[in-house]
Design a binder for this molecule. Sequence first.
Ligand SMILES: [Zn+2]
Length: 86
Amino acid sequence: YLLKLVDDGSLNILWEIRCPDFDCNSVILRTHNLSEIMGKEIECDYCENGLLVRRQHVFPVFEINDDFREFLKQSKKKQVNYLHAL
Ligand SMILES: [Zn+2]
């Protein structure tokens, strides 16, 4: 369902790189351009672990388009609960 919203422009998709260290698990960076970061070496700002970015470090994140956000504000709260986690 969310991917359908990306298609119609209600949501933007971006990519989160998470630190693989279980104790840290911080979001190191977010990007719209996955190919730009894939295979690059980056460093976690929090635990200072080096990381070679691979698929398993990358998680899709949905960002609400501003127009769509306005639309949701005008909708009933019950209907927007599914977006609460965003
Ligand atoms: Zn870290």
